[in-house]
Structures are given as C-alpha cells and as structure tokens.
Design a protein around this ligand. Structure first.
Ligand code: MG
Ligand code: MG
Length: 255
C-alpha cells in the first residue's frame, strides 16, 4: 500500500533528507587515499548524532541478510555495487566509492547515495559516475503527476542502456516514509506508461545502479550483504529521496 504524505510530512522529511546530504558530504570530504571505510562511517555517524537523527541502516536486517547491518553507511568500492559493509579497507588511488546513507528524524526517513573517485580518477569511472547522475536526473524529471512508475523506470533505463552499461535486476528504488522501504518499488528499467500512476504526496527513492562492463550479472559476497559485479567491472550508484508534488518533483536529500 502506498501512503501519501501531507505537505507538512514532506517538509519534515526534507529535514531528515538534509541531514543525509550533510552526512554524505562529510563522508565524501573525508575520503582520501589511506582513509578507511570505517573512518567514513564514523564521520557520517557524527553528523547524524549532532543533528539528533538516528540511522535506519544501523541494525537493519531485511529478509536476505544473515546479520543486522553494522553501520550507518553502505560503502561499496570498485566492483561492489551496493550494500558494502564499511570495514578497515583503506582507500587507494583511483578507487571508485559509492556511499549510501539514511537518517531518521522525528520518525521520518531520508535515503540518498553518491559515487565519487579517490585520488587520480580513471576517465572511464568519471563517465560511469556522470551517467549514474544523469540517469538519476532523468528519473527525477519523470517523477511528475500524470506519469507512472514505468515512466521513471524507462527514463533511468534509457540513459544506462544508451551508454552501454549494465543494470542489476531486482534492486532499485522504493517508497520512503516512516520506514526506509515502503511501496511502491521503483525499478531501474521498465516500460513507459505502465505501473502505478504517480500522485501528489508520493515519496520515493530513485536510485540507478550501473555496471561498467555492460552485463547485468551480480552476486552476493560471502558477507551476505555486498553485491558485486560478476565480470569484476566497476559499478556506480546515485540516489535521492524525491517527493511528487503538484509543483513537480521535490528533491528531499539535497543539501
Ligand atoms: Mg540508499
Ligand atoms: Mg534506497
């Protein structure tokens, strides 16, 4: 069931989203060669704590997970697509990092992700990240009243496929509200004009995930969380929580 949010609720979600943006910005600024993924988690956690927010990631345990998630960010490096667990790995020159973060404030959740390179970037990584951001922007542009979920999915998928990137099937966006994962599912590929009509008050996370090698194959790492590309190529992830309003899409997880 899709819960429509009032304008006041969306304003409250904007505050949760702003904290996510601040945590992601802080993590990105802290990321450098030699810095560990656990360090980035600490930086993000401090931002949440100072803002009086809690983490919807910490202790989260969906059906597929063998253990509760132990951190406030997902940190996915190089061939890791999403759901990487921050550990003692120290960033190296040229790494491609995707950070996903959530915050809960006054009972409302924000969910957002960014990808960036550390040190000297490889041109192909820059292109991959730019395409992920372009796919996100296309998905957001399609998040308007009168469209359907399939229009968002189609917009994302078209950008990814035109650039010859793969799309991991079965993972994508979702409704956001008092919990991190609500209805509806927002796939990263689909047919225009299909699926649920978009209505004012719907709040969704839009989150393209791209595989550089062009194949769609992925597998779960032995930790039971991290998704990695099957071909070993790199992946990028970009995400915003977006409210659908009469005035157009409102990004809730911008700074
Ligand atoms: Mg996320
Ligand atoms: Mg999400």
């Amino acid at each position: 069931m899709v819960e429509l949010k009032t304008e006041l609720s969306i304003d409250a979600m904007r505050e949760a989203g702003r904290i996510v943006a601040q945590a992601l910005t802080a993590a990105r600024e802290a990321a450098a060669v030699g810095v560990s993924l656990l360090d980035l988690d600490k930086v993000a956690h401090a931002v949440l704590r100072e803002a009086g927010a809690s983490s919807p990631f910490l202790g989260y345990r969906p059906h597929f997970a063998p253990t509760p998630f132990p951190a406030v960010i997902c940190a996915s490096v190089n061939d890791a697509i999403v759901h990487g667990i921050p550990d003692g790995y120290r960033l190296r020159d040229g790494d491609l990092v995707s950070i996903d973060c959530g915050a809960t404030l006054d009972g409302w959740v924000g969910d957002s992700a960014i990808s960036f390179t550390v040190g000297t970037p490889r041109p192909e990584d820059v292109r991959l990240i730019e395409t992920a951001e372009r796919a996100l922007a296309a998905g957001i542009s399609a998040a308007v009243v009168g469209n359907r979920i399939g229009d968002i999915a189609h917009a994302i998928g078209t950008v990814c496929r035109s650039a010859k990137y793969g799309i991991p099937e079965g993972f994508g966006g979702h409704g956001v509200g008092r919990s991190m994962h609500e209805d509806p599912a927002v796939p990263n590929e689909g047919r225009p004009g299909r699926g649920m009509p978009l209505r004012p008050g719907m709040v969704i996370a839009i989150e393209p995930m791209l595989i550089a090698g062009g194949g769609d194959g992925y597998h779960q790492a032995p930790d039971g969380w991290t998704l990695r590309t099957n071909d070993g190529s790199r992946a990028a992830h970009a995400e915003h929580t977006v409210a659908i309003t009469e005035d157009g899409p409102r990004i809730l997880t911008a700074l």
